[in-house]
Design a protein around this ligand. Structure first.
Ligand code: 16G
Length: 242
């Protein structure tokens, strides 16, 4: 498995080997992996080399360390397709994960100028502002702040937003959700994100800003979210540009 004659650095070979064991499910989430010493003895390689491989795997979110206990296998990242407009609830269910939300705040606020412009409403029009921690199998995935014009997306209650907003919009309000524009940016978790997402300070997050539209082109939500970069990756297919 480790080929010392290969031009590929040994730390990288070990890294790829451990990655394969994780991706194929041989190493299971929360399982402890062998120690630096064990790897170094088993493959006759230096502990420095092992450490470099393990550090890279920790930084890439494949492994996590617990002080005094060892190094463990992380849950695999959720792969989110960038094609297709879906809700958090749908995404998690499709993967066999149980979606849930922890409501942080839910209020009606007057739209400030920038928000009003983005939602194409008059300044000070009432807007629902909802802050939720979105969870999968009870683990925090994202901290999401959603703003919706209150006289368009009517009748929201805690019960509804603890389930699915999109389901309410489509099934109860009979509105047709059509498209969204979205931007994704890398960042470091801010203090509130550290607390709600249960990550260490300095952890990477993916910031996503989405504006979504009904079929007649009316914007119905502006959503700002911070996704845990160790739990999420985004994938999409591309056609060759002509
Ligand atoms: C996703 C959407 C968010 C939408 C929510 C509805 C992103 C970045 N955000 O989290 O815009 O409001 O789904 O989910 O994908 P729900 O129907 O489960 O409440």
């Amino acid at each position: 498995m480790i080929d010392k004659q290969s031009p590929i650095p040994i730390y990288h070979q070990l890294e790829e080997y451990i990655k394969q064991l994780i991706e194929s499910g041989i190493l299971k989430p929360d399982e402890a992996i062998p120690s630096e010493r064990e790897y170094s003895e088993q493959y006759q390689i230096s502990r420095m080399t092992v450490r470099q491989a393990l550090n890279n795997l920790v930084n890439d979110g494949y492994l996590y360390r617990q002080k005094g206990r060892g190094t463990f296998v992380n849950k695999q990242k959720v792969e989110q397709k960038l094609q297709g407009l879906t809700s958090f609830t749908e995404d998690m269910k499709e993967r066999g994960l149980v979606p849930s939300s922890r409501l942080i705040s839910f209020e009606i606020i007057p739209a400030e100028p920038q928000l009003a412009r983005k939602l194409d409403i008059k300044e000070n029009t009432p807007v629902y502002e909802i802050k939720r921690v979105r969870m999968a199998d009870n683990l925090p995935m994202a901290l999401e702040t959603t703003c919706l014009p209150a006289n368009l997306v009517k009748g929201l209650t805690e019960e509804i937003i603890n389930k699915s907003l999109y389901q309410h919009i489509e099934e109860k309000l009979s509105l047709t959700i059509s498209e969204a524009t979205q931007q994704i940016e890398a960042s470091i978790a801010k203090e509130t994100e550290v607390n709600h997402l249960q990550v260490e300070s300095g952890s990477p997050v993916l910031l996503i800003v989405r504006t979504s539209f009904l079929e007649d082109g009316t914007p119905f939500e502006l959503v700002k979210s911070a996704y845990r970069a160790d739990r999420y990756k985004f994938v999409h297919t591309m056609q060759r540009a002509t």
